[in-house]
Design a protein around this ligand. Structure first.
Ligand SMILES: [Zn+2]
Length: 132
């Protein structure tokens, strides 16, 4: 039996068991959110996966943050911060940092935050060249 055949032989109960195992794993290792979420997506079970995490995890706080990329208010657990060093020449590294919030479960939001950081960086370097 090929790997594809074995994967296709996974029945609904087994699929749900895998989603529960993935959810419990993420509760132990939050840094694996994106990786495990992609597997849940491949299994067609993102909503069930999120529900398993919600019902098996700690009580949720009502903290929400606005994503700098998509503009949506998202729960604290789904927001990450992309930090970009904008320190001008002549100052110690890390003197000026840009922190952009993005949705941890949306790769497009990370790309959006990185794009905004590059735009800020260009503005700063343009400001430098304007004074020269
Ligand atoms: Zn977002």
């Amino acid at each position: 039996m090929s790997l594809d055949e074995r994967i296709q032989a996974i029945d609904e109960g087994e699929r749900q068991g895998i989603l529960l195992a993935l959810a419990l794993c993420e509760l132990q290792r939050p840094g694996w959110h994106y990786f495990l979420g992609k597997i849940a997506h491949k299994l067609g079970g993102v909503a069930m996966y999120e529900a398993f995490k919600k019902y098996n995890g700690p009580p949720e706080l009502d903290i929400v943050w606005k994503c700098h990329a998509c503009g949506e208010d998202r729960p604290d657990a789904l927001i990450q911060v992309y930090t970009y060093d904008l320190t001008p020449p002549g100052l110690p590294d890390g003197s000026l940092k840009l922190n952009l919030r993005y949705c941890a479960d949306r790769p497009a939001c990370l790309e959006g935050a990185q794009l905004q950081a590059r735009q800020w960086s260009r503005r700063f370097s343009k400001a430098d060249s304007d004074t020269e």
